[in-house]
Ligand binder design. Structure first.
Ligand SMILES: C[S@@+](CC[C@H](N)C(=O)[O-])C[C@H]1O[C@@H](n2cnc3c(N)ncnc32)[C@H](O)[C@@H]1O
Length: 257
């Protein structure tokens, strides 16, 4: 055997023995963490989330299923939610009618804000109730104040977190989300929890400005297309069962399990 071949063979044998020895050594914490991270990177990411530089400064650096998530509207903008021309501008009376609520319904208003829809729905469900969920304590304080001032007994303010609306399991007939879904920073977790809160015939009514319509003068990041909404709902097992396109600027889309 020539020298270089002998040399290569002994190098191979040494490598094999070294590998055997390494396999029998206990893993240190940092090696284990490194292996977990390597495995995580090797697997395809099915969560739908992605972190990248914000394309639009009105959004955060998290993208969900290709869509940049918008910043949460701060409580400082509460006055805008209660503007006097809102009914005419957004056709809110049409929206409320199209919800087809029954007097006994339990409704959840997610991202309720000041309660523009909460209080209008409360009179439509006199034998039921409205769970008004928000993550901002200032919005919940405003909700509580109105509830007390108007002696309303079927509105329950609920403090949610960014990934959990804290709703009762299988107890909600209709979940209404107006102009809030596009700013959920954990949309998948929120919608999974919302899905679990629905009764077997429960519905989700999602209202978002129409991205397909250039005449709707709202920043792109605050609009959504039907195709995008359907994709995101399908990802957590909700299917489109009805849609109303008679509102001046928004889609009203109904989803069920
Ligand atoms: C643009 S406002 C809309 C308020 C109300 N739906 C309306 O149309 O008058 C959006 C609201 O959603 C709330 N919000 C954002 N992310 C939320 C989350 N993960 N859970 C509950 N509320 C959320 C914000 O705090 C804010 O009050």
């Amino acid at each position: 055997m020539s020298f270089p071949i002998k040399y290569l063979l002994s190098l191979g044998a040494a490598g094999f023995l070294l590998g055997q020895w390494a396999c029998t050594q206990p893993l240190t914490e940092s090696t284990a963490a490194q292996l977990v991270e390597e495995n995580r990177r090797a697997l395809p990411d099915t969560s739908g989330y992605e972190r990248r530089a914000p394309q639009d400064p009105n959004g955060i650096s998290t993208y969900y299923m290709g869509r940049q998530i918008a910043h949460v509207m701060g409580h400082e903008g509460a006055g805008w939610l209660e503007r006097t021309d809102r009914q005419q501008e957004e056709g809110t009376d049409i929206l409320l009618r199209e919800l087809k609520l029954k007097p006994t319904d339990v409704v959840a208003d997610i991202g309720a804000g000041t309660g523009y829809f909460t209080f209008r729905m409360s009179s439509l469900v006199p034998k039921g109730k409205v769970l008004a969920v928000d993550i901002q304590p200032e919005m919940l304080a405003a909700l509580r104040e109105t509830t007390e001032k108007r002696h309303i007994h079927n509105v329950v303010p609920v403090r949610g977190t960014t990934d959990n609306p804290n709703l009762p399991a299988k107890g909600v007939d209709l979940v209404l989300i107006v102009d809030a879904y596009h700013e959920f920073d954990h949309p998948r977790e929120m919608m999974r929890a919302i899905r679990n809160s629905l009764t077997p015939t429960g519905r989700v009514a999602l209202v978002e400005y129409r991205a397909e319509d250039p005449k709707v003068a709202i920043k792109r990041i605050h609009k959504m297309s039907v195709a995008q909404v359907r994709r995101e709902m399908a990802a957590i097992g909700l299917r489109l069962t009805d849609s109303v396109e008679t509102l001046p600027q928004q889609h009203l889309l109904f989803f069920q399990k």
